[in-house]
Design a binder for this molecule. Sequence first.
Ligand code: PLP
Length: 388
Amino acid sequence: MLIKKAQRIQELPPYLFAEIDKRKNALKARGADIISLGIGDPDLPTPRHIVEQLKISAEKAVNHRYPDYEGLLTFRQAAASWYGKRFGVTLDPDREVVSLIGSKEGIAHMPIAFVDPGDVVLCPDPGYPVYATGTGFCGGIVHRMPLLRRNDFLPDLDAIPADVVKRAKLMWLCYPNNPTSAVASREFFRSAIRFAEKNEIILCHDAAYSEIYFDGQAPISFLEVEGAREVGIEFHSLSKTFNMTGWRIGFAVGNAELIAGLGKVKTNVDSGVFQAVQEAGIAALGEDQSCVAESRAIFQRRRDLALEALAKAGLRAYTPRATFYVWVETPKGFSSADFATKVLEETAVVITPGTGFGPSGEGYVRFSLTVADDRLAEALQRIEGLSV
Ligand code: PLP
């Protein structure tokens, strides 16, 4: 039988990291000592108290059954309480918080709840690829909003053509930003909220990196800004904050109708997060946040080492105020893909071409500082020796 994939799958570009993995494996087979600064998956272990809670919770038979899709009330209360302490915003755990099987799950499902075929979804470019693929799965039309260095990697909302704005149903924002590492100001969020109100566009803010910030400058949440709750929803993840990428847990907060819409999709396609993982999540979001400060200090030190090495190599980097990424201009004469290939071939260091995040990523590559210190030092030493 000839098995034919659905059009929506056929149209997908190869998942960025799958392509990079293929090249990496070819080099590995030739015996190269590969160091991957490609993927944003922290090398640091999940803090001990979280792992210990999982062990206890995994023993409880009550946790072995189907969870509720929206998450344990105790988990939603813990998320609301963490949010209140961190951002000074009060949330109703019942109506304004939903648990997610990682924020990726919520991001991918959001358009199923709110985007009809032909609706436009405004996506940052460069941006996390799931905004666009989730849109495509629903027959939505992606309109890319270029994030340019001269605008501090914030989208220029006035530059979106009027006919596109008219057809737009939903807009994605992500700050601190992957891949550029930019942070948004209160003023920017204010203008985005005004834009959303005026044009009746749902604002979705991806805050997966809200806790990985530097120099004591904690980024604000989008819900801190007046009017946000009327138009928007914010996605949070325990993945990067607590080094829990493999555990698959996150949550969304904000407008109760948006939360309910997302919840309705979830009741039909998933059955929530393993309750033992949710209880470990409660431990993560609890009183003691010192483990997060420790991670931040590690990433800040790595950022400083990377910036120093990149400067020595003659490469221009945008100084990250948050995230564990460094967004670096490609040297004159190199496309993103050419430069990433040159770095891989000459140094066996994997970095991500900016175009993997959208066409406006051309002219950039992304370094991810998520390998052990000694390996990062080795990678940076190799980069310093690069002939550019
Ligand atoms: N949002 C952004 C910008 C990301 O970079 C990632 C993961 O890399 C996610 C969301 C998804 O994270 P998770 O599904 O682990 O919560």
